[in-house]
Design a protein around this ligand. Structure first.
Ligand code: NAD
Length: 296
């Protein structure tokens, strides 16, 4: 993880302008940029969520690991985090259920004292051609990918507002990172429920960011491209599938969960303190219209 080289310059510039001492972040000293900032990550026992949970812990955070199935995989993440000298807890909860989410946040806050970071990552696909898609497939995807993010972010914001800024920990009262997808921008035939959920996440995230910035709560999104996780195994687990996928990726490699984890650590840290309401695309250029690379 790189430190933010621009930080000192920005701070000096503000000082030179003669303004009152700015509330700039302390010099980021990875691996401790998130020290004292407990985090909750949903869907943290697999794929991207797992890597993000481990990345946050490596950067100094204690982590609550949400899962809905495979408790042994959640335990494994917890053990790895504890081996780094951080606190970890596992919490079973369905993010699409209001009572589950409220209980999950209450447990995490009781255990850690507070939360500073929420990564609303849990997501799934229920693919079908449009006229074959059932209402259940539609509702399941919207319920987890969009409503789930709303329910989790709402609980996080309630805690961030209750506590406010603790200067010694972070210059923000809290950080929310919504796991979106390149499909917040790229239409996706055969996956209209998924694309609709991620398009929804984009404006959900931006509207939250606008409303909550005055409370010094930073809300941002990450839009992964093709990342090597169980959600999309069929897209990369044979040489033929991988080659086909690479036609969509100018950077010519699949993304790894750690690519997303590094982005999440930076976005959650005070190094990203002026980053508000934006989506960070981590996609190897997938959104660069690769079909036009040779002139269209
Ligand atoms: P994954 O299947 O490995 O992980 C998804 C996680 O969400 C799992 O832990 C799963 O148990 C959890 N989950 C599903 N329903 C849940 C529920 N109701 N309550 C709590 N947890 C639930 O897939 P992943 O690729 O790691 O996906 C993580 C996020 O990244 C998703 O939001 C996905 O849409 C997004 N994403 C992934 C890719 C990719 O290429 N892998 C690309 C773009 C966006």
């Amino acid at each position: 993880m790189n430190q933010n080289p621009g930080h000192q310059d920005a701070a000096s510039a503000q000082n030179l302008s003669g303004e009152p001492k700015p509330r700039t972040p302390p010099h980021p000293a990875y691996p401790n940029v998130l020290h004292g900032q407990p985090a909750l990550v949903t869907g943290a026992n697999s794929g991207i969520g797992r890597a993000v949970a481990l990345g946050l812990a490596a950067a100094g955070a204690d982590v609550a690991i949400n899962y809905i199935s495979h408790p042994e995989a959640a335990d494994d993440v917890a053990h790895k985090i504890e081996a780094m000298g951080r606190r970890a807890m596992t919490i079973k909860a369905d993010v699409s259920r209001e009572d589950d989410v409220a209980a999950m946040f209450a447990r995490a806050i009781a255990q850690f004292g507070t939360l500073h970071i929420a990564i609303t990552n849990a997501g799934l696909q229920r693919d079908a051609s449009f006229d074959e898609m059932t209402l259940e497939q539609w509702n399941t995807v919207i319920g987890v990918n969009l409503t789930g993010q709303f329910l989790c972010a709402r609980e996080a914001v309630r805690e961030f507002k209750r506590r406010g800024v603790v200067d010694s920990v972070s210059v923000a009262a809290g950080k929310i990172i919504c796991m979106s997808s390149v499909h917040q921008a790229i239409p996706w035939a055969g996956h209209v429920n998924y694309a609709a959920s991620k398009g929804g996440v984009m404006l959900f995230m931006k509207s939250m960011a606008q409303e909550l910035a005055p409370s010094r709560i930073r809300v941002n999104g990450i839009a992964p491209g093709a990342i090597r996780t169980p959600i999309n195994t069929a897209a990369w687990n044979t040489p033929e599938a991988y080659d086909k996928l690479m036609k969509l990726v100018p950077y010519d490699r699949i993304g790894e969960p750690d690519d997303i984890a590094r982005a999440a650590v930076w976005l959650a840290s005070d190094s990203a303190d002026y980053v508000v309401g934006t989506t960070l695309f981590v996609d190897g250029g997938m959104t660069l219209y690769p079909g036009f690379a040779t002139g269209g």
